[in-house]
Design a protein around this ligand. Structure first.
Ligand SMILES: [Fe+2]
Ligand SMILES: [Fe+2]
Length: 281
């Protein structure tokens, strides 16, 4: 390991700040918090993977933390771990609240499928492969986060509480997006391992998220309703340019000299912080 060359990539003006937000329970909130039903369930399905996934991310970075000498990178790792632990707790509550709205199997899926999945990854794959998976899933979350912050029209007309939860998470994902990557680089992680991991993991998790989304639509009795898909198509069509732009960020990862902060969204992070400052009591 070449710990001596490891350093923090955190750009000027960014701090990795864990924030306890104390969101209200989602109980009593609209079943479809986003006007597009498929979008509502897609994000809930993604949320189902967060609590266990984020604990997995923390452990896979923690495995290498003792060998990191650079004080700035050590500070970033500590901030990253604290943020992810709080995200896990918030999304656990989010998931429980949604499950109580008539999707009780979400709890079982989380308990057995998601937990089993990450437990097996820890058991049967190397620490380096686990860190590579963390780097890739952090890229997926950072890309989604940058999209939600840059394009508020993705969330327009959404319930304000949910919008707040997703914006807060998106800001913190952005703040710590370089940490797992820097640790991976510090321990000499290879280009091929990271890009091959991105290919299989994004396809694999996308399939699982689509499966959960379809299951929830089936519960609502609207999986095969033409209106469900007409609405989703209309929403996507109006935002084609956004999706193309975001897709471009996603594939940047395949460049050999990629780094998460090449997609610089400091302006959006600062805008959120300013807004919090204005609206704080
Ligand atoms: Fe997170
Ligand atoms: Fe993260």
């Amino acid at each position: 390991m070449n710990e001596a060359t490891a350093s923090s990539s955190l750009p000027q003006g960014v701090t990795i700040e864990p924030r306890r937000m104390a969101f209200q329970a989602v109980e009593g909130k609209p079943r479809y918090w986003h006007p597009v039903v498929v979008f509502t369930h897609l994000l809930t399905a993604a949320s189902l993977f967060f609590p266990e996934g984020e604990r997995f991310f923390v452990r896979s970075v923690q495995n290498y933390a003792p060998g990191i000498a650079d004080p700035d990178l050590r500070r970033d790792i500590a901030g990253f771990m604290q943020q992810e632990i709080i995200h896990g707790e918030e999304h656990e509550r989010y998931n429980n609240d949604v499950a109580a709205q008539g999707y009780p199997y979400l709890i079982r899926l989380e308990r057995y499928l998601v937990k089993g999945l990450f437990a097996n990854m820890r058991r049967f794959t190397s620490r380096r492969a686990q860190l590579a998976l963390t780097v890739c899933l952090e890229h997926v979350t950072a890309t989604l986060a940058a999209a939600l912050l840059k394009y508020p029209q993705l969330m327009e007309d959404a319930d304000p509480v949910y919008r707040e939860i997703w914006s807060w998470h998106a800001v913190e994902e952005s703040e710590h997006k370089g940490v797992a990557y820097d640790v991976y680089a510090a321990v000499g992680g290879s280009y091929w391992l990271r890009v091959s991991t991105l290919v299989w993991s994004s396809l694999f998790f996308l399939s699982l998220v689509l499966f959960v989304t379809a299951r929830m639509l089936a519960t609502d009795g609207i999986l095969f309703k033409r209106e469900t898909w007409r609405q989703a198509r209309a929403y996507a069509r109006e935002r084609t340019a956004i999706f193309k732009h975001v897709g471009g960020w996603f594939i940047e990862f395949f460049r050999r000299d990629f780094h998460p902060w090449q997609i610089d969204n400091r302006a959006e992070i600062d805008a959120w912080k300013r807004q919090q400052g204005v609206t704080a009591p």
